[in-house]
Design a protein around this ligand. Sequence first.
Ligand SMILES: *Cc1c(COP(=O)(O)O)cnc(C)c1O
Length: 419
Amino acid sequence: MEANASSKWRFQANQELIAASSRSLRNVVISLMDISRREEKRPLIPLAHGDPSVFPSFRTTVAAEDAVVNAIRSGDYNNYCKSLHGLLPARRALAEHLSRDLPYKLSPDDVFLTSGCKQAIEIVTAVLARPNANILLPRPGYPDYEAYAMFNHLEYRLFDLIPEKGWEVDLEAVQALADDNTVAMVIINPGNPCGNVYTRQHLMKVAETARKIGIMVISDEAYAYLNFGANPFVPMGAFASIAPVITLGSISKRWLVPGWRLGWLVANDPNGILAKTGVVESLKCCQVMTCDAATFLQGAFPEMIEKTEEEFYSKIIKLLRDTADTCYDKIKEIPCLYCPYKPEGSMFLTVKLNPALLEGIDDDMEFCVKLAKEESVIVLPGVVMGLKNWLRITFAIEPSALEQGLERIRVFCQRNSKK
Ligand SMILES: *Cc1c(COP(=O)(O)O)cnc(C)c1O
């Protein structure tokens, strides 16, 4: 009866959307949190996803809050955004801001404002997804790239990052994977999930490899300038004269306001190749189809950039350096975990799990589920990022909570270790 009744309906859910969204890391984090909440043991300590904005030490600057309030109060931004690619003053301010570390000047026309960096990923994937094309993605990487590639029927191929070399791109693997249908490669710098910050020399080699193959580089710089180690942050756009670069970014991480949803996509194209190949035109078309970033945030953005004090940036950098140190040092004390690289940027480190030292835990997923259940600590299983038996841990949370969380992990590993 039931089956008969429903078989009359002609519609069905889009199974591809369901398959693609299962790649999303949000799904895994939410289900681990549910497991932990069911136990109701202790306050949950979230070391899986990078959103420190809920912790008092990571509150954004008042200057940014004021900029938004002023924009709203002005009454000038209640309308639909009048420009297709974002308000001109906001694009101009961003172009200037990003040009500081480039050997050429960006124009406001190179800048597209989006609803967070996530929408920039969505747009760039849609633009590149012509039939038979493929894109090269880092492993470990950021799962949204795979999700949007799948959904857009853009084939993706994974190249490895090398832990022993500061998670540098395996450039030989990139060349081996590429063929005539390869259109782009993605790098994430500073790195999520590895906390790497690439040297100028390595970025130049990435550009040269891309040029040899004839592809563009998509540089995810969601964590731009959140670096605290020996290597300075160098934007990939600095090498755009070697191979064209599309830079993705947002205010989410640097200003600690991921809920505000303002991001960008920038065509770093000093030789006009992205324009000549029609990529810039199709970015424009794509932006016509998608929704804009909220107009009042675009209105607030120039003031945000101008008024944010140097002390805010340096306070956050110091905090991240300290919490990264705490995290790295504590992990070193835990025999079943190994961190090959001390993070120098972003909000994460990636550690190798040795399940052979543990009783009744066979892989990273089991580790995370059991840890959530027994200790109410959430860390991200590496399988989600393509690395089985690794874990991603964020150190960007309130320092006292971080110490508690790491102590619980230590106790958990000790209790579950083979005798
Ligand atoms: C957080 C993040 C994004 C998404 O940024 P939003 O601005 O929150 O949409 C994209 N890429 C990486 C690597 C990230 O860590």
